[in-house]
Design a protein around this ligand. Structure first.
Ligand code: AMP
Ligand code: GLY
Length: 441
C-alpha cells in the first residue's frame, strides 16, 4: 500500500529532517507535523497538538486520515503516544512506552544488556551518596556519573575531578538538577571512538541506517559540558563493515530477543551509542554500548537521512506493521556533515536574544539542507528561541568535502548571540577549521 499521508510528531531538527526525507519519497506523500516549528511550517502543514498529548495526537491522526505516524522525541514515547496510536488502530513508527524505558532508565538498559549478553561498561546503580561515593572509588578516574532518567542529553558527567563527580551525585540524588532521581549510575570509563548506529526494528528483525558520529561537547576540541549534540558526520571513519556486523549480531539482535522475551517487543528506531576500538582488535572487544536511545538521534538524523535512498516511508510502515521490508532502502555513496547553530548560552542557559540572518538563502542549493529547531520567524530572519536553533547539513563525495561545504555555507550567515563549533567532522587530532563568521563576535 502506498503511504500518502504521514504525521511526524515533534519540533526539532530531527523531525524537520524526517519530514523532509519522507516528503522526498517516490510517492511524494503529504507531510503533516505537530507541533513543528516556524521553519517547518513553510513547506509542511503544521498542527498545534503538543507532542506529549497522546489523546490529541490520536484525534489529529484520525481527522487527517494519515496512513502512518512517525514519533520523534523521547518525551512523546514516554508519554505513551505510540501505545495510544496502536490502540486506536493507527499505524505508528515509534517505540512503546515500555520499550522506551531502554532510554528513560539507564539502569533498566543495563539490566536488559546483562540479560542479553550485550557488551557494555561495568556499572553500579546507587541509591545513596555513600553507595555512589564507594562506587566512584572502586571504578576510579575518569569518573562517569549518570542520572537515571530523561535529562535531554545533559544527565551525564564525565570528569577526572572526584569532587566534581561527588557534587554531581549530590545534585542528582538531592533532586536539584533533574527533579527527584532515586538513583544514579556510576560507570566504568570506556576508551575509544564514539559512533551512533541506528537500527530500524519491527520487534524481531532490523536493518541499520548509515552510521554517524555526534559531537556532544559544547566547545571545540571536545571541551565543555555535554549537550544534546553540536553537529554530526556520516559515515564516521571508525565504523567499518565489521563494526556494523558486530553491532547487528552482538547488540541489536540480542536486545530485540530480550525485549520480546520480556513481553515488550521493540518496534521503532533503536539508537545504539557505541564506543569502538580500532581495526585489528578482537571482534569480541571492538564494540561496547555506551547508551541506548529509543528514537532517531538528533543531530545524527540530519546526516543519516540525506544518505538513505529509496522508499523510507515504506520501510518505516513495514516496521510499524511488524513485517520489516529492508529492500525498500539503500545507501547513497558519499558523506554528510551537519553543524548545529545554537543559542550563545547553550547548554547552561538560554539567552533567547539571538538572531540568524542568511539561512533562507542557503536553501535549495545543491547538496545543502537547512533544518530548523529552536527558531522563530522574525521579519526576514530568524530569532533564536534557545538551545539548538537550526542545523546546516551538506553532502559531498567524502566527509572532508561535505565539511568544507557546510562550513562555507555557515560562513555566509550573520546575526548575533548564536554560535557553532568549528571542528565538526574533524577526526581525532585534526585541528579545528579556521573560525568562520560566528554570530555575536
Ligand atoms: P550518554 O548520554 O550515556 O550517551 O552519555 C553522554 C556522553 O558521555 C557519551 O556520548 C560519551 O561521550 C560520554 N560517556 C558516557 N558514558 C561513558 C563511558 N562509560 N565511558 C566514556 N564516556 C562515556
Ligand atoms: N545525539 C544524541 C542523541 O540524539 O541523543
Amino acid at each position: 500500500m502506498a503511504i500518502s499521508r504521514i504525521l511526524v510528531v515533534g519540533s526539532g531538527g530531527r523531525e524537520h529532517a524526517l519530514a523532509w526525507r519522507l516528503a522526498r519519497d517516490a510517492h511524494a506523500p503529504r507531510l503533516i507535523v505537530t507541533p513543528g516549528n516556524d521553519g517547518m511550517a513553510r513547506a509542511l502543514e503544521r498542527l498545534d497538538v503538543s507532542d506529549t498529548d497522546a489523546a490529541g495526537i490520536v484525534r489529529a491522526a484520525r481527522d487527517a486520515r494519515v496512513d502512518l505516524v512517525v514519533v520523534g522525541p523521547e518525551s512523546a514515547l514516554a508519554a505513551g503516544v505510540s501505545d495510544a496510536l496502536v490502540e486506536a488502530g493507527t499505524p505508528c513508527f515509534g517505540a512503546s512506552r515500555a520499550a522506551a524505558r531502554l532510554e528513560s532508565s539507564k539502569w533498566f538498559a543495563k539490566e536488559v544488556m546483562r540479560e542479553a549478553g550485550v557488551p557494555t561498561a561495568r556499572a553500579f546503580a546507587c541509591e545513596s551518596e555513600t553507595e555512589a561515593f564507594a562506587a566512584l572509588e572502586t571504578l576510579g578516574a575518569p569518573h562517569v556519573v549518570k542520572a537515571d532518567g530523561l535529562a535531554a542529553g545533559k544527565g551525564v558527567l564525565v570528569t577526572s575531578d572526584l569532587a566534581e563527580a561527588r557534587a554531581f551525585v549530590r545534585d542528582c540524588l538531592g533532586g536539584g538538577r533533574f527533579g527527584a532521581q532515586a538513583r544514579v549510575v556510576i560507570e566504568e570509563f570506556l576508551v575509544g571512538e564514539e559512533a551512533s548506529i541506528i537500527a530500524i526494528c519491527d520487534g524481531e528483525r532490523h536493518v541499520l541506517l548509515p552510521p554517524a558520529r555526534d559531537h556532544k561537547r559544547a566547545f571545540d576540541g571536545d571541551a565543555g559540558p555535554n549537550t544534546g549534540g553540536m553537529g554530526a558526520v556520516a559515515p564516521p571513519t571508525a565504523v567499518d563493515a565489521e563494526v556494523e556486523r558486530i553491532t547487528s549480531e552482538q547488540v541489536v539482535t540480542p536486545m530485540l530477543r530480550a525485549m520480546a522475551a520480556r513481553g515488550t517487543p521493540y518496534r521503532g528506531a533503536l539508537y545504539c551509542g557505541l564506543m569502538l576500538k580500532p581495526v585489528g582488535t578482537a571482534a569480541s572487544e571492538r564494540v561496547r554500548v555506551v547508551e541506548f536511545n529509543a528514537r532517531f538521534g538528533d543531530p545524527e538524523t540530519q546526516v543519516m537521512l540525506p544518505l538513505v535512498e529509496g522508499d523510507f516511508a515504506a520501510l518505516l510502515a513495514s516496521a510499524a506493521r511488524g513485517a520489516l521490508e529492508p529492500r525498500h532502502i539503500g545507501r547513497a555513496t558519499g558523506a554528510a556533515v551537519t553543524i548545529a547553530l545554537v543559542d550563545e548560552g547553550y547548554p547552561e542557559r538560554a539567552l533567547g536574544t539571538g538572531t540568524i540572518e542568511g539561512l533562507d538563502a542557503l536553501e535549495g542549493r545543491d547538496g545543502l539542507f537547512v533544518f530548523h529547531a529552536g527558531t522563530r520567524r522574525e521579519g526576514d530572519g530568524w530569532r533564536v528561541k534557545g538551545g539548538r536553533a537550526a542545523y546546516v547539513t551538506a553532502t559531498g563525495e567524502d566527509a572532508a568535502t561535505a565539511r568544507e561545504r557546510a562550513y562555507a555555507a555557515c560562513a555566509t550567515l550573520r546575526g548575533a548571540h548564536w554560535r557553532m563549533r568549528s571542528d565538526i567532522g574533524a577526526g581525532p587530532g585534526v585541528p579545528a577549521a579556521t573560525q568562520h563568521g560566528m554570530g555575536g563576535q
